[in-house]
Design a protein around this ligand. Structure first.
Ligand SMILES: Nc1nc2c(c(=O)[nH]1)N[C@H]1C(S)=C(S)[C@@H](COP(=O)(O)OP(=O)(O)OC[C@H]3O[C@@H](n4cnc5c(N)ncnc54)[C@H](O)[C@@H]3O)O[C@H]1N2
Ligand code: MOO
Length: 428
């Protein structure tokens, strides 16, 4: 019996992308919008700052009244007002007088500079000024940050804390963004047990539920972890059905290969309100994959293989791009930079498959990236997965990577600084 040809990684990834759409934009409260992609151009509704105000605690003055001030010849002025931040009434500075003013308070009309309190005797009814300010000094002008109508943030921006800060500064309580997809993660397997519980012989703890839910959240989506579901077709069908009300995507792990109790495959291959296709993909690890939709609302589902490393690699290669698409975050993935590295040691690869090797990168004396596997290829070896700092990608057709060969690596963390920019120890 000859097996069906394997689906290529590229074709399967495209099918995953085709299964999803960017979620329709929603107005979210600012507190809920961190990490979401902006779905509107944000224009400043008014000048920012909205009014001329003081940049220092000090005294509002006319320049000509204090231009002669020096340490040797201080200038005295009567203090005719005291202006705290938040003062709302219109004030006018009369020549030959000054007003005490606090940082952020509106400057009275006619103010030409603010003398910082440190240059004075801090007088309350009369002040002595020991230095002359330059015209305009410490006056923050209305609109100098943004004039009314300025484009402040462009649609497509992924919102970081400083973007939320500027939205709040513009007075926005809500913002139009692509919401985070709600992703339900279901681990399957009668042998799989909740961490914290004692194992009987033959059992193991649910690594995938935690790994995949966290991976979902790491991309910026909302992860809902469902407890482990046993290999029981009725139970699994009922859980999947129940979860659909809160799911934009469902991810399952386990039960998709050729075993007698591969329940995910059994349930989702049977007739019903779902359309799921099971394929063998030319990838190591992660060969058995399923994708399709569940329920009347056609909620996308990705069924990942149960071995934890297979689950992780499948998520990275197939699900992560799909979730990013739903978030409206397409293009190169800033969290997964790619570098080309020299193999430090050699290893074998199945030539019919694209291989993703748990590996660690270093830099050699010339600053070049060097990569080495951190373990064998077994897709149950989770501790090596935790040690890996990148996935080395070996293309189809390669049976052996030789030491010194160039290999593409997907970094599992941010791009490290260039060799020349490294901060020497003790100098940070
Ligand atoms: N005769 C064949 N056997 C297998 C094939 C095949 O093509 N023919 N494919 C192998 C490959 S490749 C993979 S990958 C696995 C995928 O199997 P399933 O998706 O059906 O997963 P399970 O059989 O349910 O589990 C596999 C393995 O992973 C452990 N597991 C499952 N869930 C979890 C979890 N949540 N946390 C930690 N570990 C988990 C499970 O106990 C098994 O050891 O099939 C191969 N077999
Ligand atoms: O493809 Mo399986 O994912 O080798 O372990």
């Amino acid at each position: 019996m000859s097996a069906a040809p394997l689906t290529t990684v590229a074709a399967h990834r495209q099918s995953c992308l085709d299964l999803v759409r960017p979620l329709p934009p929603l107005d979210l409260a600012l507190r809920d919008a961190l990490g979401c992609v902006l779905a509107e151009d944000v224009v400043s509704p008014r000048a920012l700052p909205a009014f001329d105000n003081s940049g220092m605690d000090g005294y509002a003055v006319r320049v000509r009244d204090v231009e002669a001030a020096s340490e040797e010849n201080p200038v005295g002025l009567p203090v005719v007002g005291d202006i705290a931040a938040g003062r709302a009434d219109a004030l006018r500075l009369v020549g030959g007088t000054t007003a005490r003013i606090m940082t952020g308070a509106p400057v009275p009309q006619g103010t030409e500079a603010v003398v910082p309190v440190e240059w004075t005797d801090r007088g309350v009814s009369h002040v002595t000024i020991r230095r002359a300010p330059a015209p305009g000094q410490h006056i923050r002008l209305a609109g100098e940050d943004a004039a009314a109508g300025t484009l402040v943030l462009e649609a497509g921006t992924r919102l970081e804390p400083r973007h939320l800060g500027v939205l709040a500064a513009l007075g926005r309580a809500r913002v139009r963004v692509r919401p985070r997809p709600r992703v339900v993660v279901v681990s399957t397997g009668t042998e799989v047990v909740e961490p914290g519980l004692t194992l009987a012989r033959g059992q193991l703890h649910d690594a995938n539920g935690y790994l995949l839910t966290a991976a979902v959240e790491d991309v910026g989506a909302l992860g809902y972890r469902v407890g482990v579901v046993a290999d029981d077709a009725r139970e699994l069908a009922a859980v999947l059905d129940d979860q659909l009300v809160r799911a934009d995507v469902v991810i399952t792990s386990g039960g998709v290969s050729e075993g007698a109790y591969d329940t995910v495959k059994e349930v989702l291959s049977a007739p019903g309100a779902h359309a799921v296709r099971f394929d063998r993909v030319a990838v190591q690890p992660g060969m058995p994959q399923g994708l399709g939709t569940l329920g009347e609302q056609a909620v996308p589902v990705f069924t990942l293989p149960g071995n934890p490393v297979s689950s992780f690699v499948s998520f990275e290669v197939f699900v992560r791009p799909a979730l990013r698409r739903m978030l409206g975050d397409e293009g190169p993935d800033p969290q997964r930079p790619r570098v080309r590295a020299l193999a430090g040691t050699g290893w074998t690869s199945p030539p019919a498959k694209e291989q993703y090797v748990r590996a660690a990168w270093t830099r050699d004396a010339e600053g070049r990236f060097v990569v080495e596997p951190v373990s064998g290829h077994g897709s149950h070896l989770v501790t090596a997965l935790a040690r890996a700092t990148c996935l080395a990608v070996v293309p189809v057709g390669v049976a052996r990577v030789e030491p010194g060969d160039e290999v593409e690596c997907v970094l599992l963390g941010p791009l490290p600084p260039e060799a020349g920019l490294d901060v020497p120890a003790g100098r940070a």
